[in-house]
Design a protein around this ligand. Structure first.
Ligand SMILES: Cc1cc2nc3c(=O)[nH]c(=O)nc-3n(C[C@H](O)[C@H](O)[C@H](O)COP(=O)(O)OP(=O)(O)OC[C@H]3O[C@@H](n4cnc5c(N)ncnc54)[C@H](O)[C@@H]3O)c2cc1C
Length: 404
């Protein structure tokens, strides 16, 4: 068999994680007005990390207009990377060397924190340590990647440039060079978020679904949310974790929502041993990326398009997934795979690749978290740390990086 898709087997339009086990999160309907310390709007991975952290010492309610985990979290391919979409050298030109260094080191620490939380809470989500292989492409060639590896090594990150001969010998890939780095991971994002929400519930948090927040107003003591359930929610603080469905009234300078596509091959896809321990992505636009899942599926994505709605187009889904499969086959000719699932989603981008984690302008006691870029889940961890520190009256030393 080849990488070509067999139409009758396609689980078209369905993310592979939708069929994971262990996604149950007990929810309640909002049938009366409630009052809590912190209300979190959004039961995706960002709301889950936030609820997990804050429920340790606050009363917490999580509200979602859909069932939990059915936003972009379910669509995520969940490469858990500290490498930001913009290389360190390029980010340094945009925001200065010192801030760029802090942004990279903070992402590196966040991936470690994520691993620590999963281990401590014993969340079963297929978390696996991975190296990452960043291939030279049409955006950044081998010279740029060589300089990038040097810049990363100079700030203590474990990145090494390898040339074409090494790349061919170790990975069977024909490119002019690549950076290999340690310290990344992958997981099932839906099971991860479900596990965090269940731990938050064990701490006393309540998840309310399906309830839409229509309006929010603040006063000196706190906030009041108006919901479509007809009952108000009163809280001392609100945190909007609404993914790419930006809350009305929250400015998002430099942010744009694009469309992206992904597929999963059949389980137990035969693949080279190195791929079990390595995430692969390329310095191209659009870029191809892939990794193995725990059940031997290849999870592959890319073909981003500059449109917020294109991901809803069924005809495009077939075309895009065929293009992703063909690119993968061309890059790793030895692979023998068959597409099983294919899906698409909205995806946020910012000019720097950094997220926005900031107080809502002109509103007291309110925060908005927007985890832009390919590192959305790493940023969900950082967001929970930055916002939880502020709510506890502390200042996160890197909070300034994310006030874009
Ligand atoms: C195809 C794809 C691949 C990706 N791959 C990766 C990857 O490899 N690595 C990575 O780190 N990131 C990746 N991402 C990005 C990552 O998935 C996102 O950053 C992350 O899922 C965002 O989580 P969230 O909780 O912020 O948002 P969501 O999961 O979208 O959750 C937001 C929730 O808010 C709710 N909501 C919104 N407005 C309201 C309202 N007014 N009232 C009530 N509820 C509301 C929504 O119903 C939704 O459930 C990918 C994204 C896509 C689409």
């Amino acid at each position: 068999m080849t990488g070509a898709t067999r139409k009758r087997d396609l689980r078209t339009g369905r993310p592979v994680w939708a069929d994971s086990y262990g996604l149950g999160v007990p929810v309640r309907t909002l049938d009366a007005a409630i009052s809590v310390d912190v209300v979190i709007v959004g039961a995706g991975i960002s709301g889950a990390f936030m609820a997990h952290d804050l429920s340790r010492d606050h009363s917490v309610a999580v509200l979602d207009r859909r069932p939990p985990l059915t936003g972009s979290t379910m669509a995520s391919t969940a490469l858990l990377q500290w490498e930001i979409d913009l290389p360190l050298t390029v980010l340094a030109e945009k925001i200065g060397a010192e801030k760029a260094k802090r942004a990279y080191l903070r992402s590196r620490a966040a991936v470690e924190d994520l691993k620590r939380i999963v281990a401590h809470e014993r969340i079963v989500c297929g978390l696996k340590d991975k190296d990452s292989l960043y291939l030279a492409g049409d955006t950044y060639g081998y010279r740029a990647l060589e300089a990038e590896a040097g810049a990363r090594a100079a700030i203590g990150l474990d990145s090494e440039f390898i040339g074409p001969a090494d790349l061919r010998e170790r990975f069977g890939i024909d490119r002019t060079g690549a950076i290999i780095s340690s310290g990344s991971a992958s997981a099932d994002p839906a099971r991860l978020a479900a596990g965090l929400l269940r731990r938050a519930r064990a701490n006393g948090a309540t998840v309310y679904s399906q309830v839409e927040v229509l309006q929010a107003a603040s006063d000196p003591e706190g906030v009041t949310l108006i919901t479509d359930a007809g009952h108000a929610v009163r809280a001392r603080q609100v945190v909007f974790c609404c993914g790419y469905e930006f809350p009305k009234g929250v400015p998002t300078p430099g942010a744009k929502v694009i469309s992206t596509w992904a597929l999963a091959t059949k389980s137990r896809t035969a693949c080279p041993a190195w791929l079990r321990d390595t995430l692969v992505w390329e310095a191209s636009d659009p870029y191809l990326y892939f990794r193995m899942g725990g059940d031997g599926r290849l999870i592959v994505g890319g073909e981003d398009e500059d449109s917020p709605d294109a991901h809803q187009d069924e005809a495009r889904l077939k075309r895009k997934c065929a293009a992703i499969a063909a690119k993968l086959q061309a890059l790793v000719p030895a692979l023998d795979f068959e597409v099983d699932y294919s899906w698409a989603g909205a995806f946020g981008e910012s000019a720097t690749g950094l997220p926005s984690i900031a107080p809502v302008p002109d509103m007291d006691h309110a925060w908005a978290v927007m985890g832009f870029g390919g590192n959305g889940i790493t940023y969900s961890v950082i967001a929970s740390q930055v916002v939880a520190a502020a709510i506890r009256g502390q200042v996160d030393p890197d909070a300034d990086l994310y006030r874009v």
